[in-house]
Design a protein around this ligand. Structure first.
Ligand SMILES: [Zn+2]
Length: 56
């Protein structure tokens, strides 16, 4: 299963969580705030490059 880095919207703490197919909401262990998936800039670039190739 894939592991993603999540960032808390309240306190900013980062955690690696393993997620299943369904993208469940993730809550912070520290403050119980909602956490959002932290997107790796490198993977963003890679998907951009891939979409450019596919567009041609
Ligand atoms: Zn937090």
């Amino acid at each position: 299963m894939p592991a993603y880095e999540y960032v808390c919207s309240k306190c900013g703490s980062k955690e690696i969580r393993i997620t299943g197919i369904n993208d469940h909401k993730v809550f912070c262990d520290q403050c119980d705030g909602e956490m959002f998936r932290h997107v790796d800039p490198e993977s963003l670039l890679a998907s951009y490059a891939t979409s450019q190739v596919n567009a041609r």
